[in-house]
Design a protein around this ligand. Structure first.
Ligand SMILES: [Zn+2]
Ligand SMILES: [Zn+2]
Ligand SMILES: [Zn+2]
Length: 294
């Protein structure tokens, strides 16, 4: 029996805190896919949480960020053991942890962020800094010179907890990605995720619950959805939507259920559930609760 590698020790601590992790090999990149998971598109079809959702249940840490997990049994499984022995660093899936990392590659990018973005927790990197915000969004590389956004369906290297108080993902960061999205891709209203509604008293004028009660329930539900990084986040979103909507069947309303639904959709999308599917699951969940009460 050899001692637990330091990288695995770090990974387990992060996982215990609800942060999905994966190992990185030399070159600070994810381990390659196993033979049955290789190919473009992957022969296995890809994992259920990937953009093109597939059936892959491979036990190895295949498919980069999509293999990230908070499950200690997976992290310490025999299949992952040789991987940890070779691993040189730990990465995490920011979206799965409800976070967004603004990856500033160099001094000029850091300089820009200090002028343009609200202060938050920062982590020093080799040549720049990671600015970590609470909240998730679509990831994008090169939104400005030397600036990448790592949140949904992405991994970021874990370089320690950093310093400073973490603040909420600001519109200024969302706008960096939205700019590329201004052409409505689909016939319907362009994705409402970047500027999604958040639940608050102003949208729940007829709710008999305290704000604290609703908020706490919602945060718990969102955590449940985000914890499903391997699979099942869609059905979890359905269950959470149904459960939360059922809390309000005795309220005169409105209770802001649309905003609650939007937050659940965003949480599901952040762990890789395709948006149309997440939206359908949440709508069905909200409606099921209402029908049952009727
Ligand atoms: Zn595999
Ligand atoms: Zn696979
Ligand atoms: Zn209510």
């Amino acid at each position: 029996m050899s001692a637990t590698p330091e990288v695995l020790r770090v990974a387990l601590a992060l996982a215990a805190a609800g942060v999905p992790v994966l190992p990185l090999r030399a070159g600070k990149v994810p381990f390659g896919n196993c033979r049955s998971c290789t190919g473009r598109p992957p022969r296995c079809g890809g994992r259920p949480n990937m953009k093109a959702a597939g059936p892959c249940r491979c036990l190895a840490p295949c498919h980069a960020w999509a293999a990230s997990t908070i499950d200690p049994h997976v992290l310490t499984s025999p299949v992952w053991a040789p991987v940890w022995r070779e691993a040189v660093a730990v990465a995490y899936h920011p979206g799965g942890a409800g976070l967004t990392v603004v990856d500033l590659d160099n001094a000029a990018a850091v300089e820009w962020a200090r002028e343009a973005l609200p202060a938050t927790r920062t982590v020093p990197t080799a040549r720049g800094e990671h600015w970590v915000y609470r909240g998730t969004m679509q990831s994008a590389n090169g939104v400005r010179p030397g600036v990448d956004i790592k949140s949904a369906m992405q991994y970021a290297r874990w370089l320690g907890p950093g310093t400073g108080r973490m603040t909420v993902l600001p519109a200024a960061v969302r706008a960096l990605v939205e700019k590329e999205d201004t052409t409505p891709a689909r016939g319907e209203v362009a994705s409402s995720l970047p500027a999604r509604a958040t639940w608050g008293r102003s949208v729940a004028t007829g709710c008999r619950h305290t704000e604290r009660y609703v908020r706490t329930g919602l945060e718990r539900g969102l955590a449940l959805v985000r914890a499903r990084t391997e699979s099942g986040a869609g059905s979890q979103a359905f269950g959470v939507a149904r459960f939360l909507a059922a809390q309000h069947t005795g309220c005169p309303g409105p209770c802001g259920l649309v905003a609650i639904g939007e937050e659940i959709v965003a949480a599901a999308v952040s762990v890789g559930v395709p948006e149309p599917y997440a939206r359908r699951a949440v709508t069905n969940g909200l409606e099921t609760a209402v029908e049952r009460a009727a």
